[in-house]
Write a protein that binds this ligand. Structure first.
Ligand code: PMP
Length: 441
């Protein structure tokens, strides 16, 4: 009625009602109307109406899928859902030794505030590590992060306005989808589990001028796929022609169980457009919350300004520990150990899936990383499979969580690194039992 009376837009009127309600001056009864508050209503209004104070948040169906997954696990459930390294393999002894041995010699000032760009010795060590991998980088190209997730968020803050276009392969990392959606970006979906479609990307570039492409070229999450060298070259060439920013997310490339993967896109970057994200979450442990971003100094500076608003800088203690780990050559040792162990687990899982589940699912054996990506052969969705699996106390992530557009939900992701071989075998038996139960129906 307000809108009719004063010829204001409906949104303005709704906002006016919201403001009045926030101040407790009116109250609303759903299906009835909005009423002016009486003196006694005002007195009884003792609690802060939190939800009414929140800023608008984009509806995000993915958020609830993950929450449900975590919250509904019955006791004794084996979860192959989270992408986690095995806690039994965290190099905590080495960290303890490094800590005890060096805590007396570190200048106390190193534990005060440091520049937002990161702990200088760590930035230097990361630059050296990347250079060894063929990614030319010096200290000013590196921003340390509280996990690479923070890098995705910071990039969205400095590069994206609501309505901007972002290209994403689909399926892809759920954490990136959520950040870009929350930034109000419009997602252009590039279906990619077998072959990269350079033609479709070119079409997107010409028609929509997207701000960036987000991609996980090596041991992709969730598919485990490795982008072949030629596809990488073609992609970088096209991106250069269109001056497209590529965000290359690379948490898994060190976890290789066979042939070395091709070089990173960043190693092929001759136009300064590839931004590289790395993390210690998968190769060491996620609680370190230490990741990094490599890019041109102009971008690092802008991102650091934005990061300053969030946390001033990432934890010095974690950065100092990781620096020692790198400088004392412990990472190479640790990687040899976890690669050997994860390769065994992958092989055990592959054999068990082949023996017990192959009549019901298709899958490829991943050459590295954390995941098996499986496809149901028969009708039915992986959500339905998950519900049945919960009764057999096994869980995983159904494909709909990873897609940027409506896609048949007949695939699912199994993480094989978190549990030892005995538990993995048990998990495949439970999965096989579930598959048999649902095919009989
Ligand atoms: N990117 C990808 C592809 C991931 O799989 C993950 C972790 N699941 C992240 C980023 C976030 O990792 P971090 O712990 O470094 O924030």
């Amino acid at each position: 009625e307000l809108a009719d009376l004063f010829a204001v837009s409906r949104t303005t009127a709704i906002n006016a009602y919201r403001k009045l309600e926030q101040q407790g001056l009116v109250w609303t009864k759903v299906g009835s109307g909005t009423y002016v508050a009486q003196a006694r209503d005002l007195e009884s209004l003792s609690e802060v109406p939190w939800p009414q104070l929140f800023t608008a948040y984009p509806q995000n169906p993915l958020a609830s899928i993950l929450r449900d997954l975590v919250s509904t696990n019955a006791p004794g459930t084996i979860s192959l859902a989270a992408g986690m390294p095995d806690p039994a393999l965290y190099p905590l002894e080495t960290f303890t030794e490094l800590f005890n041995h060096n805590i007396g010699t570190v200048p106390p000032a190193d534990f005060g505030h440091i520049p937002t760009e990161g702990y200088y010795p760590l930035r230097r060590a990361i630059a050296a590590m990347l250079s060894e991998k063929g990614i030319p980088a010096s200290t000013e190209n590196i921003l340390t992060l509280s996990g690479s997730q923070q890098g995705i968020y910071l990039l969205s803050k400095v590069l994206l306005e609501p309505g901007d276009y972002v290209v994403m392969e689909t399926p892809t990392f759920i954490g990136a989808i959520q950040v870009f959606q929350a930034a109000g970006a419009r997602i252009l979906s590039l279906p990619y589990s077998e072959k990269f479609s350079i033609e479709l990307l070119e079409d997107f570039l010409i028609r929509y001028r997207p701000k960036l492409l987000y991609i996980i070229p090596t041991y992709q999450n969730p598919t485990g796929r490795v982008m072949p060298e030629q596809e990488r070259k073609d992609l970088v060439k096209l991106a250069k022609r269109h001056r497209l920013v590529i965000v290359e997310d690379d948490p898994y490339s060190d976890l290789c169980y066979g042939e070395q993967p091709p070089q990173a896109l960043k190693a092929m970057d001759s136009y300064g457009g590839v931004v590289y994200l790395g993390t210690f979450s998968k190769i060491l442990f996620p609680g370190l919350r230490t990741g990094y971003l490599a890019g041109p100094p102009v971008l690092i500076n802008r991102l650091a300004l934005e990061k300053q608003f969030i946390d001033l800088h990432s934890s010095n203690i974690a950065q100092w520990l990781v620096t020692m780990f790198l400088n004392e050559g412990k990472l190479a040792e640790h990687l040899t150990k976890v690669r050997r162990e994860y390769k065994k687990r992958r092989d055990t899982m592959a054999k068990a899936l082949l023996r017990l589940c192959v009549k019901d699912i298709d899958f490829k054996v991943p050459e590295g990383g954390f995941y098996f990506w499986c496809k149901l052969k028969q009708a039915g969705t992986s959500q339905q499979l998950l519900q049945a699996a919960a009764k057999n106390r096994i869980s995983f992530v159904p494909s709909e969580a990873f897609h940027t557009m409506p896609t048949p939900d007949n695939e699912f992701r199994l993480c094989f690194t978190t549990h030892n071989e005995t538990v993995l075998l048990e998990s495949v038996q439970r999965l096989a039992k579930t598959l048999t139960q649902i095919t009989k129906k």
